[in-house]
Design a protein around this ligand. Sequence first.
Ligand code: 13P
Length: 249
Amino acid sequence: MTRRKLAAGNWKMNGTTADLSEIDALASAQPDPTAEVLICPPATLLAAMSAATQGTAIATGGQDCHAQGSGAHTGDISAAMLKDAGASYVILGHSERRADHGETDADVRAKATAAIGAGLGAIVCVGETLAQREAETTLDVIGTQLAGSIPDGVTGDTVVIAYEPVWAIGTGLTPTLAQIGEVHDFIRAELTKRFGDTGGAIRLLYGGSVKPANAAEIFATSNVDGALVGGASLKAAEFSAIIDAANAA
Ligand code: 13P
């Protein structure tokens, strides 16, 4: 099963219109990437970034969506609104949303169902805390998150899984390649158990302190189909170097 590498940037709560220049620079640096390239800016920039990336190889996505299509939910954004603003993906269940907004696996699953229904690819995040890794419950935690967060009936076209150890996010710390491979192999096995052959088509991203210096070795690790990149996606030169590693993988 060949799975096209996906280099996805999560800008989190960073960026204003001035930063759209980074997208122009990225498009110039990556006119025809082998890997799929995605940037998920804050919602305020989504429409402008989608317009700026028209005709380039860069796709755009949201960082969250509501499970309902519309209604009285002040401050929230529906999947259809993201799609209307040019998104093709949405990140769901990021550990920062699970921690800051109390999102549960059931919430993430409902959001993923809504996203897929609106025609977006759902990038569903899972990952253990440092305490869970030290207690050697990592695979149990990931298994529970997967079972609870991924809707039935997904395919390689509708869902992507991002493994992001909470303790590796924004810290400069990364698991060993063996630890990344162990979790990715486990996720692959769980998906295959649940979805059969389709489980082999779903892409698995690693996220947490991915940088130009470690991207190639991470992309060469078992069942790693790309990366979800935070800090290093904000600057075109740095993210382009990560995309280069994905193109070569
Ligand atoms: P960093 O790459 O900044 O560690 O962030 C990872 C992340 O949370 C991407 O979603």
